[in-house]
Design a protein around this ligand. Structure first.
Ligand code: PHE
Length: 366
């Protein structure tokens, strides 16, 4: 027995339907089949298919009933078919639009479930970097010097020979230029990579009258081959204090204060005579070894002392380059090797570690 849907392919005469009641059963069966079909949980696609199959313009159940039954029915039966058709159509419309609604709601719900964020899950954490040990050492030095009235200023890494040498009392053929052999910039004659932070002495004094109390951080360059204690780039902190009444005692007191703050309160300092063209007298400052407290160990090469940095009273000749009256003003300057002091303080035996960016090294100084 063909079911009611298959029968819509037949012409009215082939239905062998002789009464209103038989037709009524046929339409009823159709409505039940449609309801059954609409029962399965719809997706937007099946809802659309349902509409096409039952109500579509071409080759749907409704379009076939119209063409095969209504149009073909003898005049007396047309009325029955028409009435039944008008009864079935809104039922199918209802089923179709309900399926569509259910499908859309289900799709929304599924999307919401998919997008749900579980705030209790652990997040994706990226390891946070730390400040490089050189940076940390700078910060420590700023803390010490700003606490006694120094301010931090920066200068250019590309310098002129004038500021790097001449204004520091190092004339062109002076032998002191040899140990500061540097990188000259080929297509910019007269420019070089600064060999020390001292050029900021003249640059600062040119611009301002005393009192001057500055520290100058920055990279400096020398034509050195890299090894455990040398590098063609390293870090300095320049210091300069100039005023009407600055004495050698202020100089020594300041350095001693720095050494005690940096290496610890038990630290003692000593001075050895030295030479720099821009300081007179010049000195090398040593600190008592912070590892053995002066008893002698590997860090201090069994001398009890470690060499910290060069310094001195500003050579009056320098004042001539910046129009300071050498009779009125006096001052002192120093040039700390930041990498060197960090190596001493933290027991690092290879300067190159600072430039390798090896996380295994860096992460030891969080
Ligand atoms: N500029 C010197 C150097 O780099 C250090 C220094 C600075 C010495 C200031 C004395 C005064 O070697």
């Amino acid at each position: 027995m063909p079911d009611a849907i298959e029968k819509t392919h037949l012409r009215f005469s082939q239905l062998e339907c002789s009464s209103d009641e038989q037709l009524h059963y046929l339409f009823h069966e159709l409505s039940e089949l449609a309801a059954q079909e609409a029962e399965a949980p719809p997706t937007p696609e099946t809802a659309q298919k349902f509409r096409v199959r039952w109500l579509g313009r071409q080759d749907s159940v409704i379009s076939r009933i119209t063409a095969n039954w209504l149009k073909e029915a003898p005049p007396e039966a047309k009325k029955w078919v028409g009435q039944q058709l008008n009864w079935l159509r809104p039922i199918l419309e209802d089923l179709a639009s309900q399926s569509k609604k259910i499908a859309e709601a289900a799709a929304l719900e599924a999307a919401a479930a998919r997008d749900q964020i579980d705030l209790s899950l652990p997040g994706v954490t990226r390891p946070l970097g730390t400040q490089h040990l050189v940076r940390q050492t700078y910060e420590e030095m700023y803390r010490i010097f700003t606490s006694i009235g120094f301010s931090v200023v920066e200068g250019p890494e590309i310098e002129t020979a004038y500021y790097n040498f001449e204004a520091l009392n190092i004339p062109e053929h002076h032998p002191a230029r040899d140990n500061m052999d540097t990188f000259y910039i080929a297509n910019a004659p007269g420019y070089l990579l600064r060999t020390h932070t001292s050029p900021m002495q003249a640059r600062t004094m040119e611009k301002q009258q005393p009192p001057v109390r500055i520290v100058v951080p920055g990279k400096v360059y020398r034509r050195d081959n890299p090894d455990a204690t040398h590098s063609f780039v390293f870090h300095q902190l320049e210091g300069l204090a100039v005023d009407t009444d600055i004495t050698f005692c202020d100089f020594k007191g300041t350095i001693e204060y720095f050494a005690k703050e940096f290496f610890g309160p038990q630290t003692r300092v000593r001075l050895r005579p030295s030479y720099f063209p821009f300081t007179e007298p010049s000195a090398e400052f040593d600190a008592s070894c912070h590892v053995c407290d002066g008893k002698g160990c590997r860090t201090c090469k069994h001398s009890g002392w470690i060499e910290m940095f060069g310094a001195g009273m500003v050579n009056p000749a320098v004042y001539g380059f910046v129009n300071y009256d050498p009779k009125r003003y006096s001052g002192f300057a120093f040039g700390l090797g930041v990498d060197r002091l960090a190596m001493l303080k933290y027991g690092i035996d290879d300067l190159q570690q600072f430039f390798r960016n090896d996380v295994r090294f860096l992460s030891q100084f969080p």
